[in-house]
Write a protein that binds this ligand. Sequence first.
Ligand SMILES: Nc1ncnc2c1ncn2[C@@H]1O[C@H](COP(=O)(O)OP(=O)(O)OP(=O)(O)O)[C@@H](O)[C@H]1O
Ligand SMILES: [Mg+2]
Length: 348
Amino acid sequence: MLRVLGLDIGSYAAKATVLGGLAGRQAKLLGLGLAQLPLEGAPNREDDPAPARAAVSQAVKNLAASLRLSAKYVSASVGGDSVVVKKISLPAAGDSGLRAAILAEAEQGLPFPLAEASVSHQVLARDPDTGHLSVLLAAARNQAIRNRLEVMAEAGLKPAVIDVDGLALCNAYEFVNPGHGDNVVLADIGAGKIAVAVLHNGLPLVIRDEPGGGRNLTDDIGGRCNLSRPQAEAVKFGAEPAPNPGEAAEAVDRAAADWMAAVERVLAAARQEAADYQPSRICLSGGSSLIPGLADEFAKHFNIETQVFNPLLSAAYNPRKFDTEYLRHVGPQMAVSFGLALRKADFQ
Ligand SMILES: Nc1ncnc2c1ncn2[C@@H]1O[C@H](COP(=O)(O)OP(=O)(O)OP(=O)(O)O)[C@@H](O)[C@H]1O
Ligand SMILES: [Mg+2]
């Protein structure tokens, strides 16, 4: 088994995490890095123009080199419109029958042709009496996977695993809270999308990305306060005072309302699957979860305990190598890359 570098290439920043000690379930943080991408929005776009990709690849290459680790194998992920994750129920079947049934199910309601997609699955549960299976399937557009592979190749990295953002988020949560069997909603609020995972008794019920995130908020602050994007972002981060604090605060309130509405849509979909589904906790992550007071807004709106999820705080680390304050600050933004770093390159 080889150690991998968990690499989350978002539309705003690439995040890298390397973990050791996973056999004992006490992760040790070995490497961590974040690089803002030069061309926001480029790597996840369908048309993914090559020059934009070259800039992203260079940033990823520099990021990987900055970790000064020998982990060259990478676990990366896809997300957004290019991915569908769904839970299906199937009658008992042998392995080959199972695969055929899964592909037939996958074809139903996919927003892209099955012929242009890669499908993988995981059996979640098997009814001991009937043999009925509960299966989680993930379908990703081949083009999105190819884009990831090309960035890695250009960055001199070797792909070991291609995961899905929402599933990596679930893995990070399960690793930090093993065997809790909770009803919890995970929401990773990035720059352009929110990866939402609804867990029912600890198992995925609905996993879906919704549009929305910090980019719209930056642009709204910029529009209301007549600021450039970098200036608006500095206001959003609290690094600069807002020229018009009332307008900036209103922009934040509106963004929070949009993000909560996105989570509500996914919760509604979860209740189609399990009518009485009621989460006991919401865990926020992603760069936009760093907005002060956001978790309180969620807690008030949903009337559910809401926390900001920081998987890094559960890992052991060398305090001479990593600054505790930095880990405290950046951990929520690293949640997907932490989940990716838990995967192993199981070829060799
Ligand atoms: N301290 C902070 N306060 C408020 N917002 C922040 C902070 N740090 C980062 N952000 C915002 O978080 C967003 C980036 O988060 P993240 O790195 O999770 O996104 P991403 O994974 O690149 O994007 P996506 O998942 O949407 O493709 C940006 O909109 C950024 O402005
Ligand atoms: Mg992201």
